[in-house]
Ligand binder design. Sequence first.
Ligand code: RIB
Length: 645
Amino acid sequence: MNIKDIANLCGVSPSTVSKILHNKDEDISVETRKKVLEIIKEYQYVPYSKVLKSASPKTNIVGVLLSENIYGAQDMLYSIEKAAAENGYSIMLCNTAGDGEKTLKYYKIFESKGVDGIISVCQEQEPPEGIKIPVVRILDKKITTRKNIFADIYFDMRDAGYLAANYLLEKGHHKIACLLGKEDEGIREGYVQAYREKFVSPNEGWTFIGTEEDIASIGISKCLNEDVTAIICANVETGYVVYEKIRERGDAVPNKISVISVRDGSLSEKIYPKMTAVHIPTDEIGGYAVNVLIQMMEGRKSAHEFREKIEQNIWERSSVMSPAGHERGGKIVVVGSMNMDCMIYVNHIPTGGETVRSGNIISLPGGKGANQAVGAGKLGGLVYMIGRLGNDSDGKAIYNSLVNSGVKTDGIVFDDGIPTGKAYINVAADGESTIVIYPGANAKLNRSQVCQYEQLLEDAHYCLLTLEISEETVEYTIQSCKKKNVKVILKPSTAEKMKESLFKDIDYFVPNEKEAEQLLPDAASIEERADIFIRKGVRNVIITLGQNGCYFKNADYEGFFPACGFHPVDTTGAADAFISALAVSLSEGEDILQAIGYATYASGVTVTRQGVQPAMPDRGELSLYQEEISSFNNKLSSKKSKDSL
Ligand code: RIB
């Protein structure tokens, strides 16, 4: 910036400015003098003579123009500062706040301060004509009218819209909504392009453009009413509000609706389910811009060479699933117990007369029935729960956990007269556990409650039962299932004895080794016990064996199945995870051997983490093991074909 620029800005001649600067301004009016001094101050103008006297040719300062409106501005600023410092530069920061005039003014101030180079992270304004300092611009769209005097590093938000829509289309979604801000036209274009490439057009009613408030108050409901199966959100915060609205409707993400964000953020890792998002490496772009700028400042690179597009990609987390998964599975009804688990982590489990100390105690929603429902819900099953909770804070926490996992809670009763059931669980360092149960409200889950909600069994494919509720309730439910042609999967749990008449109506009987032994103490082996259960009328027997996998027998096959070998941290609920995944897989039409493979991995993942419900994998997570599950299943199928299971 020179004296002529100041004179132009003030609407006076350069000689007037010069006189004022050199205190020879007796003939100049007070107003003109005031105005000129204000502009000099505003633009921090330093006369050339002073620059010559005082400034060194290099200041080792990089000017940074930043508009907070640009996506990832904060990450980029941190990385600019870090890379500049590593290269011996300080930064001088000006926030343009989306204002073009301000931006131009700051460019001039940077020039007059003699910064060595400028990084501009804003769209509002091109750098002024004739600027002599190297400039690197970081842009969130490609500027087509570009003069080749600046280096441009850009990412295109059209790509983000395209990537998100294409990803969902490839997963089989056709009705995809878009919730965008006014500045997101590029994203909308990318979304439309992805559709066009599939030779279809999105319905206009699926896109909502407005402020964050409009999106929350009108946009989300509008899109949900269009019956879309997936929603693209402008950012993770909007996605989170979408999660809430979907939950308020009693549905879950991604079981009912998939959600993806076109802008990633740290929140995506902190919410449940973790949000899949289009990722731009904003934390690296700043450092990259500094390196380009330094090469330009040192004459090693010319601006003409530089126009670089930053690639974006999808970071898959757990908020998207194929819509086929939504409809694939038949209905599963769980009739069972719900407890608040008090997990007591100890070195070893105390024996009679022994006292041990615990360094870690946590309370988590549990109970075999609720665990099975949550496990199946997380895997995308269409799950209904029939059970009883106390009208207390534990009951509400368990209820929330079910809702958040997509479980339909129509059959749950809150009982005012009795507290929620509790389980006191000692977990040893090797992951093994023992459980003491206080049944609480579970004891009042009786045949009249099942009868009240019997219509839920109407079109069900599977009913999951455990003997952690009364045998009378189980018996009544089994009879009802039989009438309605619903297949029964039963885990005996606490039962030392079981009514003989029950066995003939059980389709899948899943005791663990100890439970099988308690029921048939005189039998000599696992194989013999399985054989006896089959002779009693059970169609399929799976005896779970912890780290040794399981033993399966039905009319056609029998044999041992290995575990998947994951290191256990807490084995509580491993069987619940196994049964829920088995039910989901069977409900989706897989055969029993495939279902055992899927269930083996679901329970394997669960035991690697503390607790039960939070430890159970969701569908997205389990799909990470798809290759291993397939090769596990292939081995089983080859055994099956050789009839040598
Ligand atoms: O299978 C594990 C479950 O058994 C625990 O969550 C506990 O509540 C008991 O029901």
